[in-house]
Design a binder for this molecule. Structure first.
Ligand code: SF4
Length: 411
């Protein structure tokens, strides 16, 4: 087997009780049958035994598979009850890392399998430490490949973060030609980040079409043309740049965010609601029911434009940060799920970065503040399955699932 990952992944070390946004909250913390029985049979203090008895629920029915055998019952704030008063995991503290569940041991590592011989691994950006590492890679993310000896405990445990890509997928022979070119496009520093996103949209749409029309053989030539001919890039980006004012960009961006906000208010968990609330308040978003029963959104456009200016300054002065964030996002996406769909998710995320990141930044922010803002935005958007699917459905429903519309989300 081969293992592909970015070099920065080797620098990861969990911040534990120093983490400003612990991951021990708001998600389903599953234990496999093996991990659960291991824990139940462990010799531990009476206090911990009682906490374990109270914390776990056995999964019933069809979901009770090997990996989803038991789940931690979160407290009323959605936080893991197995944290002590300093925010440390009681299982790890008393028994050691081997006694926590696979989800706790592996997060924020993402992995998937490409064909029969390659694993890919990256880190989830909803972890602030991941975002800190992305901010620290000035020269860009570097992908490495090595032989995998099968001995990495973390890589072996848990489930795939994206669906495995089967060799029977019609696009499989071109998988790495597509993925490498996508990364190459996003790392081309001769263009602005929005221009790179536009070229990425063009390439992703073309490759998607080629595969759907059984013309995958054209993909290597397209990739080569893009790599060899720099003039093509500028022409593609120029032809896609939309003619829109900053105000109308704001209306679209806030519209996307507001739809998500409404969903979170109805279905979301506490902490997510809190995060959405901070962004909504920063732009003074309000809703009212119109006569036709639609919900009308209003917001303070001056505040939006101020926030946009903060984001644009970051992108202008340190574009490598946004580049790294986007490269980290697209690398683990399984192309077999839909190249265009993956791109569209990236375009929505890019748009939401501009809306959400400034809301979490103090006036005089440092890199740790910025990392926290990026990780919170990832948690609210691309790491929130419900939101991600619903946001895509909005576009499918209103026929905006097109490259020209994606361009409106970008600049
Ligand atoms: S979010 Fe990241 S740094 Fe924070 S506790 Fe979880 S793994 Fe550690």
């Amino acid at each position: 087997m081969k293992l592909k990952k970015f070099t920065y992944c080797n620098e990861f070390k969990c911040m534990a009780e120093k983490c400003p946004e612990s991951c021990c909250q708001q998600w389903s913390i599953f234990f496999s049958r093996h991990d659960y029985l291991n824990l139940r049979n462990a010799q531990c203090s009476e206090e911990l035994k009682k906490a374990i008895d109270k914390a776990f629920v056995r999964v019933n029915g069809n979901n009770a598979q090997g990996l989803n055998y038991a789940v931690v019952r979160l407290d009323e704030k959605g936080i893991c009850p197995l944290l002590d008063d300093k925010g440390l995991c009681m299982l790890q503290k008393e028994l050691g890392e081997d006694y926590s569940g696979y989800a706790c041991r592996t997060f924020p590592r993402l992995k998937t399998k490409i064909g029969g011989d390659t694993y890919i691994c990256s880190l989830d950006m909803s972890c602030p430490k991941t975002a800190q590492l992305l901010i620290a890679q000035r020269e860009g993310l570097i992908l490495t490949e090595k032989n995998y000896d099968g001995r990495d405990k973390l890589l072996n445990s848990g489930i795939y973060s994206s669906p495995a890509v089967s060799e029977s997928w019609e696009g499989f022979p071109y998988y790495w030609a597509i993925k490498d070119t996508q990364i190459y496009i996003l790392q081309n520093r001769r263009l602005t980040v929005p221009e790179r996103m536009l070229v990425l949209g063009y390439f992703s749409q073309k490759t998607n079409e080629y595969i759907n029309h059984k013309e995958g053989g054209k993909i290597p030539a397209l990739a080569q043309t893009l790599k060899n001919n720099n003039d093509v890039w500028g022409n593609i980006a120029d032809s896609l740049k939309p003619d829109q004012s900053r105000e109308s960009y704001g209306v679209k961006s806030v519209g996307i965010f507001a739809k998500m906000l409404l969903r979170v208010r109805n279905k979301g968990k506490n902490h997510l609601k809190e995060l959405f609330g901070i962004v909504a308040d920063s732009m003074e978003i309000t809703f009212k029911s119109a006569e036709n029963k639609n919900i009308e959104t209003s917001f303070n456009s001056e505040k939006y434009l101020e926030a946009l200016a903060v984001y644009e300054k970051i992108e202008r002065e340190r574009s490598y940060i946004i580049e790294n964030v986007l490269v980290n996002l697209i690398f683990p996406q399984a192309l077999s799920e839909g190249i265009w769909k993956n791109y569209f998710i990236a375009a929505i995320f890019y748009n939401l970065l501009k809306t959400c990141v400034p809301a979490f930044l103090p006036n005089d922010f440092n890199d740790e503040d910025l990392a926290l803002a990026i990780s919170r935005t990832a948690k609210m958007t691309v790491n929130n399955e419900l939101i991600k699917k619903d946001a895509l459905l909005d576009f499918l429903d209103n026929r905006s699932y097109t490259l020209p519309y994606a361009a409106f989300l970008i600049e």
